[in-house]
Design a protein. Sequence first.
Length: 147
Amino acid sequence: MSEPSGEPLSDTLGALFVTDSGVLLHRPAPWARMPGVGKHAAPAPRRSDRRRASGTGSARHLVVLALGVTATLVAWGFLVWAAIDFGGQARSGEATAWGLLALATVGAAACLFVTLILAGKIIDAFRGGLPAPPRVDVPPGGRRARR
């Protein structure tokens, strides 16, 4: 195929060129390409390797995570208490209490969700010293190549 000649027809998402043989050729913009994706791209560093290199299992990191778990658990408890109180007010006839009950319930669920995420990070930090499981090399080509 011959090289494109002439000015590009468009340069927003790439360039459209007409070759000497009259074929329309599209070349994507440099920022639109996906570098590092495909068969021959270098593998990304494994998560456990990055963790050991950055030292996320340090005592300071664990203290910060523990304080985060404590803060979100206290906030969760307060929001549950507030939701119970707003529920009692809503049943006695206050219309605005229903909205506050909904907000407190959603906030309590969000706090519990964040608490579980932080607790998982603490467990993950404790497991940081364990060796990573061995990688299984998969032959290229998928199922059709194995036949």
